[in-house]
Design a protein around this ligand. Structure first.
Ligand code: GTP
Ligand code: MG
Length: 197
């Protein structure tokens, strides 16, 4: 399915403007600047459809992309240290929370975590929410190129340990670098298996 053409489909600032859930969806969540938009590019090998930036807080709406009119890939705005007003950040966060806990057709949330920094309180908040709404999610460690391999492995083990009791967490933790391409194929295969195209 990831060979299909990626096209922008819709952007939503409020849940009433979410498109009708006609396709299965895979969403990408995580703190600001963790590499969500870059991962979408790397997975689809299509650069330029999803915008990325050095400045945290680029993605300010929930952006829906279609992959060959079969699947929606959903780029969520990051939570955390965006250069934005506090009220605006709270609005995005509420929107993301509403999306992950109520969206029909949502098959999987990839929760991206920066390998160097690990999980933060807001990641745990989202996890608790997904546990309550029984939304299937998996942790994807990003930017592994910036950390020694031993530390990547250590981080993955630490997170797997902390997820043991969680019911909606899909194991194992995957590790990727959108920059070098490490781990991208495995993640692509894992995600394609969810929708089985
Ligand atoms: P928001 O939209 O602000 O929430 O950010 P985002 O999570 O979409 O992050 P984005 O993909 O825009 O990437 C943020 C920055 O991290 C950019 O400067 C990217 O080039 C960089 N980046 C993303 N992935 C990697 C990676 O695997 N390795 C390295 N070294 N840098 C990366
Ligand atoms: Mg982004």
């Amino acid at each position: 399915v990831f060979r299909n053409k990626l096209t922008f489909f819709a952007a939503a600032k409020i849940s009433s403007s979410f498109p009708a859930p006609e396709f299965p969806e895979i969403a990408f969540a995580g703190r600001s600047n963790v590499g969500k938009s870059s991962l979408l590019n790397a997975l689809t090998r299509q650069w330029g459809v999803v915008r990325t930036s050095d400045k945290p807080g680029l993605t300010q709406t929930i952006n829906f992309f279609t992959l060959g009119s079969k699947l929606h890939l959903v780029d969520l705005p990051g939570y955390g240290f965006a250069y934005a007003k506090e009220e605006v950040k709270e609005e995005w966060e509420a929107l993301v929370k509403e999306y992950v806990s109520t969206r029909v057709g949502l098959k999987r949330v990839c929760l991206l975590v920066d390998t160097k920094w690990g999980m933060k309180p807001r990641d745990h908040e989202i996890i608790d929410l997904m546990e309550r709404s029984q939304t299937k999610y998996q942790i994807v460690l990003t930017k592994t190129d910036l950390v020694f391999p031993i530390d990547v492995a250590r981080r993955a083990m630490q997170i797997e340990e902390s997820l043991k009791a969680k019911k909606s967490a899909v194991q194992p933790v995957m590790m990727i670098s959108s920059k070098t391409g490490a781990g991208i194929r495995s993640l692509r295969t894992a995600l394609a298996n969810i929708v089985r195209f």
